[in-house]
Design a protein around this ligand. Structure first.
Ligand SMILES: [Mg+2]
Length: 225
């Protein structure tokens, strides 16, 4: 049986993502310095610290409403605290995942994969970005597709999350040779090639931490079953 994504698991994921962003703050800023305005690390760190403050803050206990409400809180917090393009884009991602997740406190892998796909669709509509524009879509889209494919093939939660993280990493690395067609990096034209996209990199951290945390609260999977 494949595992389920729980509200506790989602909260653990958000804390782990915040920690990963804090740890990679300078790295993300260096990547953004090469092709953007050198604020992606500090922006995302400020936003995710605010997120952790809210989900673990005094008003958090009153938030019923399930996974959807939790993720909508994350989305609204990022929109209001993160500057540049990253705030609205990550905000939209979490808002749309939250909307798709609804009021459930637990989601099956298939439901979670569908919610993630909705989040990616939201990012694409908000940023008008397609694959190979050298944006976070290059990481998020193959990851969501890998998760859905794994779910459809009957993979367990942990394995599906690993496959999604692997697809995310591959997508992130694939941004290096690309010429940016969206965002500030696109002003550089051909000079944007040869640099890994900072948004694609923070999105990889998102999928990487999901693989580390989301299956932790789920029922154990039997190896080889
Ligand atoms: Mg920037």
């Amino acid at each position: 049986m494949s595992g389920i994504v729980t509200q506790e698991g989602v909260a653990a994921w958000l804390r782990a993502f915040a920690e990963a962003v804090a740890k990679n703050r300078e790295y993300l800023t260096e990547l953004d310095a090469a092709i953007g305005d050198a604020d992606h690390g500090s922006n995302m760190d400020r936003g995710m610290q605010a997120v952790v403050g809210r989900i673990d803050g005094p008003s958090a206990g009153t938030a019923g409403g399930g996974v959807g409400a939790l993720l909508k809180l994350v989305g609204m917090t990022l929109v209001s605290t993160v500057g540049g393009a990253a705030g609205p884009l990550y905000g939209t991602f979490f808002l749309q995942v939250g909307k798709a997740a609804g009021e459930a406190t637990e989601l099956t892998l298939a439901q979670w994969a569908a919610a993630l796909e909705a989040g990616v669709k939201g990012v694409q509509m908000r940023g008008k970005a397609v694959l190979e524009d050298k944006t976070m879509v290059d990481t998020l889209m193959p990851a969501a597709q890998a998760l859905s494919a794994a779910a459809a093939s009957g993979a367990g939660l942990a394995e599906a999350l690993r496959q999604a993280a692997a697809a995310a990493e591959q997508g992130m690395k694939a941004t290096i040779p690309l010429i940016a067609r969206k965002g500030r990096a696109s002003y550089l034209g051909e000079r944007s090639a040869g640099h890994q996209d900072p948004g694609a990199t923070s999105s990889w951290l998102l999928l990487q931490t999901a693989a580390e945390t989301l299956a932790a609260g789920a029922p154990a999977e039997v190896p080889g079953a």
